[in-house]
Design a protein around this ligand. Structure first.
Ligand SMILES: Cc1ncc(COP(=O)(O)O)c(C=O)c1O
Length: 300
């Protein structure tokens, strides 16, 4: 099922023309939200859904899309969609807003906008036990080219090129550097490293998406007494790090055990990432009493 044109309909009916502006030029934006199934409570929990829809509205503003729905409306539409689908497993929700006019013109103005939401079952998108990654030759798009802080559909070609190249070379994941040579992020995930007991991640000015899982991980780490720093990271610091891992709605918390053929730390999942994964997976299923406000039940 999909939410499209303001109502819930079969996904097969939620269609657009090949002449759609967003299909031609990548003039759209999207979100990725997870809902986790809790078997004990027989309920599905949306994780930080309001924050995702706030970022969605920011992305819409960036690309001059007028989203006709408030965050509250989008949250209710999402719950209705999941209820209609009767999901009783982990789900990935994909809201998308796009320039819908059938116009051949490079502009963002005077075009019709459309919004859709659909959901698919999703378990672990990437391995959460230990990944082999490479530093990509593809450079992350810079803020003055295509702003990485917004989830703009067209900008994901950058990630697809890097990811495809990494897979072609036999790696699981790509790590992208920014135009200044510092580490930016993974192909669809934020990056953290642990060096001498401190959890370090690139700042929001490093051409990254300001990840919601990134914020969750920083907050959970602080609560566990782990020092957290946001600062530029050199590529070679990755080789010397005790631990490196990726975070994201799709990736969740995914340790990297090898980069460019060099073993990271002991070559297996490190103690810091293990602690964070434990509390993260408890939290996202609605089982962390300290963070009930991070999750929203779908079924009443
Ligand atoms: C480029 C990029 N960076 C980082 C992330 C992680 O962000 P979040 O934790 O909000 O999902 C994503 C996607 O989810 C992404 O597409």
């Amino acid at each position: 099922m999909a939410f499209f044109h303001g109502r819930i309909m079969p996904l097969a009916e939620a269609q657009v023309s090949v002449a759609t502006h967003a299909l031609q030029y990548g003039t759209g934006c999207f979100e990725g939200i997870r809902a986790y199934w809790n078997e004990g409570r027989q309920n599905l929990y949306l994780l930080k859904a309001a924050e995702h829809y706030e970022r969605f509205e920011d992305s819409c503003r960036m690309i001059r899309i007028t989203c006709p729905y408030s965050v509250e409306h989008l949250l209710e539409a999402t719950r209705a969609l999941l209820k209609t689908g009767g999901f009783r497993q982990d789900v990935y929700i994909r809201p998308v807003a796009f320039k819908a006019s059938q116009v051949i013109k490079l502009t963002l103005r005077d075009l019709r906008d459309d919004v859709a939401i659909y959901a698919v079952p999703m378990g672990n998108y990437i391995d959460v036990d230990g990944l082999r990654a490479m530093v990509s030759a593809w450079v992350r798009v810079s803020d003055n080219a295509i702003p990485a802080r917004s989830k703009l559909t067209g900008s994901y070609v950058n990630m697809a090129l890097a990811s495809d190249d990494a897979h072609e070379k036999g790696y699981d994941e790509a790590i992208l550097l920014g135009a200044d040579g510092h580490v930016s992020e993974g192909a669809g995930s934020n990056l953290f490293m642990v060096r001498r007991g401190t959890l370090i991640t690139p700042p929001v000015t490093a051409d990254i998406l300001e990840g919601i899982t990134r914020s969750i991980v920083m907050e959970l780490a602080k609560e566990k007494g782990i020092p957290v720093a946001e600062r530029p990271i050199d590529r070679t610091e990755l080789y010397l790090a005790d631990e490196v891992f990726l975070t994201g709605t799709g990736a969740q918390i995914a340790p990297i055990t090898e980069i460019d053929g060099r073993m990271i730390g002991s070559g297996c999942r490190g103690p810091v990432v293990e602690r964070l994964q434990d509390v993260f997976f408890q939290t996202v299923r609605g089982d962390n009493p300290d963070h009930q406000d991070w999750v929203m039940p779908v079924y009443d």
